[in-house]
Design a protein around this ligand. Structure first.
Ligand code: PMP
Length: 289
């Protein structure tokens, strides 16, 4: 991914893609002092750009660092890098991390770097999987408690167990994995939130130890506009059997139906399809918020 044409915004400037490099003694590489975002460009516009820039700032604060750019500057830089790369439909990856001035666990003096990259990326899951529904297995790893890790931050370190879980799922022929939390309750997939449908109502876990996704909140709003009840609550693994439909939400995943979680099957039903269409119409600007 590093050897290609294009530009990456790095510490205030657009630099050629191949020149956006860091030193091996970068604190973030050793100790995961890094936060990031994932954004989507639809028709040349980043969906909910300012919310993402604000979350990047907040994620950094939770890890104890302030970004050297304010939200407005990050928004402007994002637009500039999207335009410089001519991205009409794609993905944006902003990140902020501690640099290489000090080496050791403590690194208060390290410079905070910020980069924003973007690329063409039509779909996270294959269009076929999106029609038929994804197959999920259950992850071995549990989402940590909020007093075990900074779970409200979109921090790189929290993704170690996501990569392990996703690799194991893919090696076994699944699309992704459902993760439970430290209490054993249903949490989320490795990079997306989860919803279930039963008796015409939506059920989704409370995001008290994992990311409260921007897509999750958007889909809750859309459901309410469609007069679909949304219940945010603790969901036990034993309930999976009784749900009729299930889907994932995320910037990359958008609204993606599930056909299986472990031994349980789900249909790609009307409520799921209604929300897939409503989300698509919203992000592509066919309807206003
Ligand atoms: N959970 C995790 C672990 C994620 O990586 C993501 C993607 N950012 C989400 C949930 C969904 O968040 P959003 O809708 O803001 O993309």
């Amino acid at each position: 991914f590093d050897d290609r044409d294009g530009f990456i915004w790095l510490d205030g400037q657009l630099v050629p893609w191949r020149d956006a490099r860091v030193h091996v003694l970068t604190h973030a590489l050793h100790y995961a002092s890094c936060v990031f975002e994932g954004e989507r460009v639809y028709g040349g516009t980043v969906f909910k750009l300012t919310e993402h820039s604000e979350r990047l700032e907040k994620s950094g604060k939770i890890l104890g660092f302030d970004l050297p750019y304010d939200v407005q500057a990050i928004d402007d830089a994002t637009r500039a890098v999207v335009e410089a790369n001519g991205i009409v439909d794609g993905y944006v990856r902003p990140l902020a991390w501690r640099g290489s001035e000090m080496m050791g666990v403590a690194a208060q003096a390290n410079k905070i770097h910020v980069a924003i990259a973007c690329w063409l990326w039509p779909s996270y899951f294959s269009p076929e999987a999106k029609l038929k529904g994804l197959r999920l297995t259950i992850a071995d790893w549990k989402r940590p408690a909020p007093d075990t890790a900074p779970t409200a931050s979109k921090a790189a370190g929290l993704y170690m167990i996501c990569t392990l879980s996703k690799h194991k799922a893919e090696a076994a022929g699944y699309d992704d994995a459902l993760m439970f939390d430290y209490r054993g309750q249903v949490a989320e997939a490795t990079g997306a939130n989860i919803f279930f449908v039963k008796d015409g109502q939506l059920h989704t876990p409370k995001p008290d130890c994992f990311l409260d996704g921007i897509t999750r909140r958007t889909v809750i709003d859309l459901a309410r506009q469609h007069r679909i009840d949304v219940i945010e609550r603790a969901i036990q693994p034993g309930e999976l059997e009784g749900f009729e439909q299930a889907f994932l939400t995320g910037t990359a995943a958008e609204v993606t139906p599930l056909s299986e979680i472990g031994p349980y099957n789900f249909e790609v039903g009307t409520i799921t399809k209604t929300l897939m269409t409503a989300y698509d119409d919203l992000v592509r600007g066919r309807v206003r918020e």
